[in-house]
Design a protein around this ligand. Structure first.
Ligand code: ADP
Ligand code: MG
Length: 575
């Protein structure tokens, strides 16, 4: 490489670019400006793929999605001060989701520091709470070692975020190439194997259980444990419940997936095998009233610090999911653990629940009254999108209701607001997913299902999708508001009933906004739909377009809502 040839002068930009390449980084999502324009060009010269975005937050979302999809951190590149600060929401989201991400920002030149430099900000300190590692290489020659460390910390153990601060003076600093330490790339650390005694104990607990349940989280998806998990499930026929992004590790169409009896499965299980999911708010802390008080938890996590969080696990295993599940499968086969769904009482209970829930959803979905309800929209979307598309989804009702109807039969095919519940992630995730499809799964499509409110956070990334010719199908489920809004006439009445500021409900947005007309900014036309037939026609057209995004804006009944729930998840606090 250029760095290793003799006695030439190189600079910080080049060293950084080549160091990233050496560490296996493939993608950089960012926004350039002073002092990182030359850096982005150096990235391209080094063979990294640079994707210019419209907001640093969306760039950070894109970079972490590519990290989740590929298992290698993507880079988010930003300018100094406000540029880096705009990334912080994305950094927090990646850290909370346990996804690898490397943020690199330019910063104020060192000889202007402390005297009011341009965009001067304590960027390393500002990043630290959102990172596993945050640092500034003290000299250009040490950049390769800092990059190796940043990539290693973002990837190893529980994945997370690294930040590298690059003052303008460091990027342009010239160094004799022979003074730069040789770049090395350590092979990924071998997966952690479980203690065999704990595998045996886990097998015993599951063999004795009357109502066992396997919960599959996005950690299992990240671990690429799908083959091992599917084998375990097929052999034992233990019911499986995926978390939102755990969907697809075991195909949603599998007869062993009990998502449609989620509440009952959690409540009645007497033993839970927890594979790459945390007992946080998303799983109701593993506690009553949502879990049985005496449920035995077998917890498997790559991060030992996670073990016993919120409830004491019966068996707590520090291990990579894949080897654990492979060894557990063997043990359970020896013990001949295999439920008989046709006669097993636990399976009968769950099946009854599944049937009544499916009947409710079907009745809603078959109600094609205009304005449409959520279920009718999602049923139509599910039936008309290309097979095995990656589904990106956000928005409160849109995401919650859509999760049950839009199926994932492949792992890592769902990207949503995640553990942090972040709105605005959709378009950035979709850009990354579409890049991944182009490079790793040609022909596979990305369908980005957004609420109208959620779309508003990062909608301008539609320009990014056009520029890079990414055929994302954006479906906006438009109910004129946050959670829900009002039809045009009602909204007009409300707003004219007094002072407009005081009268406008905080949850409302303008009625029937024609988001699809954003396509006209690029000389194309979008789709505005009110009926099932219009949605079908629009999806067919969008699927045929392969070199640019499409927008399908669906006006639904603004008062449409979710199926009544047995538990109100946020207000069940016992404090
Ligand atoms: P979900 O939102 O699906 O419930 P979480 O993000 O809460 O998932 O949990 C994922 C868990 O998976 C984290 O605790 C993380 O440490 C763990 N994890 C990530 N990769 C692996 C792996 N290869 N093996 C085991 N556990 C993993
Ligand atoms: Mg809405």
């Amino acid at each position: 490489s250029k760095l290793l040839s003799s006695s030439m002068v190189t600079d910080g930009n080049t060293i950084l670019a080549e160091s990233l390449k050496k560490q296996g980084v493939e993608y950089v999502f960012g926004i350039v400006g002073i002092p990182v324009i030359e850096l982005a060009m150096a990235f391209q010269s080094a063979g990294l793929k640079y994707i210019g975005m419209r907001n640093e937050q969306a760039a950070a979302y894109a970079a972490q999605a590519i990290g989740y999809l590929t298992g290698k951190p993507g880079v988010c590149l930003a300018v100094s001060g406000p540029g880096l600060l705009h990334c912080i929401g994305g950094m927090a989201n990646a850290q909370v989701n346990c996804w690898p991400l490397l943020v690199i920002a330019g910063s104020c030149p060192e000889d202007h520091e402390g005297i009011g430099g341009f965009q001067e900000w304590p960027q390393v300190e500002a990043s630290r709470p959102y990172c596993k590692y945050a640092g500034r290489p003290p000299s250009a020659r040490l950049i390769p070692l800092h990059v190796e460390r940043a990539v290693r910390l973002a990837s190893a153990g529980r994945p997370g975020v690294s930040y590298l601060d690059m003052p303008g003076t460091l990027l342009t600093a010239e160094v004799d190439e022979d003074k730069v330490p040789e770049l090395y790339h350590a092979e990924p650390v071998a997966p952690a194997y479980p203690n065999p005694a704990l595998v045996e104990k886990a097998a015993e607990v599951l063999a004795k259980a009357e109502r066992p349940l396997i919960i599959v989280g996005k950690g299992a998806a990240y671990a690429h444990a799908e083959d091992a998990v599917n084998k375990l499930v097929e052999n034992t026929k233990i019911p499986v419940l995926p978390t939102p992004m755990g969907k697809g590790v075991v195909p949603d169409v599998s007869p062993y997936v009990v998502s449609t009896a989620r509440t009952a499965a959690l409540l009645k299980a007497d033993a839970v095998l927890l594979l790459g999911a945390r007992l946080n708010w998303m799983l109701h802390f593993g506690q009553p009233p949502r879990f049985a008080p005496d449920v035995k938890v077998i917890q498997v996590d790559i991060n030992p610090e996670e073990l016993h969080n919120s409830v004491k696990s019966e068996v707590a295993v520090h291990s990579d999911i894949k080897p654990f599940v492979e060894l557990l499968s063997q043990k359970l086969a020896e013990k001949k653990v295999s439920l008989q769904p046709a006669s097993n009482g636990w399976w009968q209970q769950l099946k009854k629940k599944q049937e009544s829930n499916v009947a409710f959803v079907e009745a809603q979905a078959n109600d094609k009254t205009v304005p449409l309800n959520y279920y009718a929209v999602f049923k139509t979307v599910q039936a008309n999108i290309p097979k095995d598309s990656i589904i990106v989804s956000e928005g409160a009702n849109t995401m919650d209701i859509g999760r049950g109807v839009l199926l994932n039969n492949k792992p890592r095919h769902r990207l949503d607001a995640g553990t942090f519940g972040t709105m605005g992630v959709g378009p950035g995730f979709a850009v990354a997913a579409a890049m991944w499809c182009r490079d790793y799964a040609p022909g596979k499509r990305v369908v980005c299902v957004e609420g109208d409110s959620a779309f508003g956070f990062s909608g301008m990334e539609i320009e990014t999708m056009f520029r890079y010719k990414l055929p994302v199908i954006i479906v906006i489920v438009n109910n004129n508001g946050i959670y829900s809004g009002f039809d045009k006439d009602t909204m007009a009445d409300i707003q004219s009933s007094g002072d407009v500021t005081q009268c406008t409900p905080p949850t409302s947005l303008s009625s029937e906004v024609r988001y699809e007309k954003m396509m006209e900014m690029f000389g194309e036309t979008g789709h505005f739909c009110r009926t099932v037939e219009e949605i079908e026609a629009a999806l067919k057209k969008a699927a045929a377009v392969t070199d640019r995004p499409s927008i399908i804006n669906i006006a639904i009944n603004p008062q449409s809502s979710r199926k009544p729930q047995d538990f109100n998840w946020l207000t069940e606090s016992k404090l």
